[in-house]
Ligand binder design. Sequence first.
Ligand code: 13P
Length: 251
Amino acid sequence: MRKPLIAGNWKMYKTSDQAVKLASGIKGSLKSFETADVVLCPAFTVLNAVYNVISDSSLQLGAQDLFWEKEGAFTGEVSPIMLKDCGCEYVIIGHSERRKYFHETDETINKKIKAALDVGLKPIVCVGETLEEREAGKTIEVIKHQLTGCFAGFNIEDMLNVTIAYEPVWAIGTGKNATALQAEEAHRFIRTFIVEKFSQGVANTIRILYGGSVKPANIKELLNEKDVDGALVGGASLEVSSFVDIVKNSI
Ligand code: 13P
């Protein structure tokens, strides 16, 4: 049985005061909650502040991106070691917003995953199709291509520390989530891909999250599906009550 993982992707929201308030509220409402792993992924600028709030709780910290070099003249970038130094255990890699606005490719995402694993960070790797691709019947083809590129050169050991997030681009921030069946179809394909490329053992262990308009009202139905192991939550992770309700409804 895979333990559900609920991660909040705060995107480019929350100043330090707001972030501390949000993290404190979540921590207060989820005291001694252990039936799901809960990860908060704030902006780089507030990682330390959020860590200070949650370090004595079961909540875990994640970042939203990293650069693959350890250090160097890379103005504006943040290294895997720096994220570890802030208390991060997870890092989101290859979010569709990074692919779209910052031209990330499966090749750069592959380097980032490697760099994260090298320092013991657990990557949450995002894949998912656009509306155009879905309407053209290319959903599975697109996901397969992304998975192949993102995980090229990895071994079984590496994959045991990876989480995958299926985030159909058309469901992100639109209020229109994938149906449980649509999510399950993609998740089942991802798990089969892992069996074929790696092993049944990895496929049994790896958590595949769904992301895209997850709300307290739809989390249960999504998680009822066999291959949906949790959620990567955007908008609804920005308020204590909606995020806490999602976590509580995940069991
Ligand atoms: P929403 O939950 O706002 O649709 O965002 C999903 C997402 O992009 C999480 O990474």
